[in-house]
Write a protein that binds this ligand. Structure first.
Ligand SMILES: Nc1nc2c(ncn2[C@@H]2O[C@H](COP(=O)(O)OP(=O)(O)OP(=O)(O)O)[C@@H](O)[C@H]2O)c(=O)[nH]1
Ligand SMILES: [Mg+2]
Length: 361
């Protein structure tokens, strides 16, 4: 999974990147292309930690997320010609940072209005970006259709016109319904306003307790009710300062500010929720590992996430819930007690399943 951190200038994008990747920007652990920084972060998972304590494997492999710190987007389309589209287009989700640390939050109505304006202005930039691509393509299609009345091109034209009308009403493409065929047709354009978006409010330290009540505090129901949109918060300055602390120290530190977990865990959870991602585990003496798949994935496709050979030669899946495995202490006992389920290729994998795939590869 790849997530792009975006937003207007100076809102705390690089600060969030640092929190998520635990990377010091001046270190060499991340790569930089132009002004774009790319970092890989492990997805913390307590269930995998506990399975690893039980199995003592040679290696524990967490799921990973790739984070891209994209340079600031300027207000006004003309300034955005240098936008790092190449990196932006390949991300699965946008983490949109809004800086509230310099805003007077003591006046709730003012804060709400400021926030709404920021959200609308930013969405508008994405919409304008998509519109300019559509307009260029429609111009080209018009010329091509004059030469040849190709039904495929005609279909593309009417699909893009449908998108254009929607965007001209200043609505993002992620809230427009498409048939499967249309989805497929649009994929190549990788429109920005079609990507799922997590708005991340970057709050001042003293407002940390708001993180669990953002909807109520800022009356954001209208935003969070939209399809494929979520909201979360961080205290950028505070949390970036903790990247060097141990996990235990972090927990103690955060609880002083009324925070239950680190921004890293909060944002990852929300991102998984937003994208409908779940994890299953494979366990053993060699390796305990978390695998990320889409919600509603069949056992056969989950096998394919590990290796195409396992998918091809799939026989069955031996499934034990992670917490049951921790109770029985071994797969053998789980099987004896009838707590291991033998599932076929159509079984829908659940979040937290541990799976042993039987295959003939
Ligand atoms: N007080 C306070 N300052 C912050 C917070 N987050 C970021 N800053 C400061 O704001 C400035 C910009 O933060 P960055 O994380 O570099 O913001 P950015 O969005 O990456 O900025 P550009 O890449 O220049 O657009 C820095 O001086 C940060 O120290 C915060 O939560 N509280
Ligand atoms: Mg930056």
């Amino acid at each position: 999974m790849k997530a792009g951190i975006i937003g207007f200038s100076g809102v705390g994008k690089t600060t969030l990147f640092k929190i998520l990747t635990k990377t010091d920007i001046s270190s060499s652990q991340f790569s930089r292309r132009k002004d774009t920084a790319i970092g890989i972060a492990s997805v913390p998972d307590q269930r995998l930690d506990e399975l690893s304590i039980l199995f003592k494997p040679k290696k524990t492999t967490y799921a990973t997320v790739e984070y891209v710190d994209i340079p600031a987007i300027n207000k006004g389309i003309k300034k955005n010609q240098d936008l790092d589209l190449e990196n932006l287009r390949t991300v699965d989700v946008l983490l949109h940072v809004i800086g509230l640390f310099n805003i007077d939050l003591s006046e709730p109505n003012y804060a709400t209005e400021y926030l709404r304006n920021e959200l609308t202005d930013f969405e508008l930039e994405l919409i304008l970006c998509d519109l300019s691509i559509i307009e260029k393509r429609l111009e080209k299609l018009d010329k091509e259709l004059k030469k040849l009345k190709d039904p495929d091109l005609k279909m593309e034209e009417s699909l893009l016109q449908k998108c254009r009308i929607w965007l001209e009403e200043e609505k993002p493409l992620r809230s427009l319904d498409f048939s499967q065929l249309e989805q497929k047709r649009l994929r190549g354009f990788t429109f920005l306003s079609q990507k799922p978006m997590l708005h991340v409010l970057n709050l001042p330290d003293e407002s940390s307790s708001q993180i669990y009540h953002l909807n109520e505090t800022y009356q954001l129901q209208e935003i969070t009710e939209q399809a494929h949109v979520e909201i979360s918060g961080i205290c950028g300055k505070l949390e970036a300062e903790m990247t060097e602390l141990s996990d235990q120290e972090v927990t103690a530190f955060l609880s002083n500010f009324g925070l239950l977990e680190s921004g890293l865990i909060r944002i990852i959870k929300k991102t998984y929720q937003l994208l409908g991602m779940i994890s299953f585990f494979t366990v053993g003496e060699d390796e305990c590992r978390a695998w990320t798949i889409q919600h509603n994935t069949s056992a056969l496709k989950a096998a394919g996430a590990i290796h195409s050979d396992i998918e091809r030669c799939f026989i069955r899946a031996e499934v034990v819930r992670w917490n049951i495995l921790l109770e029985t202490r071994s797969l053998f006992v789980a099987r004896q007690k009838g707590l291991m389920k033998l599932e076929g290729k159509n079984y829908t994998v659940q979040d937290g399943d541990t799976i042993n795939f039987r295959h003939s590869a």
